[in-house]
Design a binder for this molecule. Structure first.
Ligand code: LMR
Length: 401
């Protein structure tokens, strides 16, 4: 019956993370997966989260199914955080939000919804993008294309080429964008570039699907949502996937949201219905615990302030690690290949290391990066940063011989 099933080649991120777990070396360093570790190399439990959980534990009740759309207080808190408390579209009831299984779940539910109502559309993702973007949209039946994004030569953005490419694609094409902390390159658009891009999306009737998995890890919670909020202000219908995996350090609870911004409350009602239909067809309804924790933190003034300051401290630590790896590599790398450690934002830096160099780092030094050269700088700490820099220096020296 199952003879024809071929072997799963594995996922470039999650499978590598599993290989890391199985690596017996005690001095191994995990800079592969996009997870924030603290300076002791531990996955942090945020205090605000722990307090919310303790309070919930004291009040454990029965556990019925959540509605298909998810926990109402959570959905409302998602909207406020993503679109802003004062968002007019929100007040007008033009945003439909469902609770999803993390950011990936949001992308998948959104893709299902789009395939049903925009069956002829094709999807455009940045070159490069998070590997799972292509997988999710292709598995939903879409053709996935790329638009120029990262400039290898400068370590920056190919903004003009990006606009030129998007200018000529058909109306109602789906354009996948990263709100902030672009994964895998760490290269973002500035405000002016966002405004130009949004004008183009609007004029050419393109449909943006914004992935915001790292809100709070770039320029702060508000500024990281700039693109999303500007789309809404400019009246561009759009989809937004958001995730609390990273900014709540709640990876395993699968807390995400999918929001669709439409032109009227009436449309929004029908869209919400269809999103819940997509949820029902996939997994019926989402789980309770993570949503309750996140909603509690976001809606309690005290916990919210604590969470924001803990998140800010994570960002400060990442900035410190960026400076540390930059300084440790100064004698071995120069120019833009060095400065990108400081200029690229969020959890990732696109190091420019080749797949072969990455393989050597892993095999010979136990330092794990993605084969694309992506380094999760949030995995660096005071104990491993020189070890990583020395390993990179040795691999680069060997390549130069
Ligand atoms: C990553 O890019 O490493 C993270 O978003 C984890 C994942 O699921 O790929």
């Amino acid at each position: 019956m199952f003879e024809h099933i071929d072997a799963y080649p594995g996922d470039p991120i999650l499978s590598l993370n599993e290989s890391f777990q199985q690596d017996p070396r005690t001095d191994k360093v995990n800079l592969s997966i996009g997870i924030y570790f603290d300076d002791e190399g531990r996955l942090p439990v945020m205090q605000a989260v722990a307090e919310a959980e303790t309070a919930l534990l004291a009040d454990l009740g029965p556990r019925p199914y959540l509605p298909m759309a998810g926990f109402a207080a959570y959905r409302d808190a998602v909207q406020a955080l993503v679109f802003g408390e004062q968002c007019q579209a929100r007040a007008q009831g033009r945003i439909s939000t469902v609770q999803t299984l993390g950011g990936s779940g949001a992308l998948r539910v959104g893709a299902d919804f789009l395939k049903r109502y925009f069956p002829q559309a094709q999807v455009w993702i940045s070159d490069p993008s998070w590997e799972n973007h292509r997988v999710i949209f292709e598995r939903t039946g879409f053709t996935v294309n790329t638009y120029p994004y990262y400039d290898d030569a400068t370590g920056g953005l190919k903004f003009d080429a990006m606009l030129d490419a998007l200018r000529v694609i058909p109306k109602r094409s789906i354009v996948l964008l990263h709100a902030c902390c672009h994964n895998p390159t760490g290269v973002d658009l500035n405000h002016d570039q966002w405004r130009q891009l949004i004008a183009l999306l609007k004029a050419n009737e393109l449909l943006p699907f914004v992935d915001m998995a790292y809100q709070g890890f770039g320029a702060g919670l508000e500024d990281d949502a700039f693109a999303v909020r500007e789309l809404v202000v400019q009246g561009v219908p759009c989809l937004v996937a958001n995730s609390f995996s990273k900014n709540f350090s709640l990876y395993g609870e699968r807390c995400g949201g999918l929001s669709v911004v439409s032109e009227s409350a009436d449309e929004a009602g029908r869209i919400l219905g269809q999103l819940t239909g997509a949820v029902r067809a996939n997994y019926s309804n989402p789980p309770t615990h993570g949503a309750k924790v996140v909603a509690r933190v976001l809606t309690s003034a005290d916990l919210r302030a604590r969470w924001e300051s803990e998140l800010a401290a994570m960002c400060e630590r990442i900035a410190k690690m960026r400076a540390a790896i930059h300084d440790s590599l100064r004698d071995h790398v120069s120019g833009e290949a060095l400065s990108r450690y400081l200029t690229q934002r969020g959890m990732f830096t696109y190091t420019g290391l080749t797949a072969e160099q990455v393989d050597r780092l892993r095999a010979e030094y136990g330092v794990y990066l993605l084969r694309s050269g992506r380094m999760c700088v949030a995995g660096l700490n005071g104990h491993n940063v020189s070890q990583v820099a020395n390993a990179i220096a040795s691999v680069l020296a060997a390549a130069g011989e």
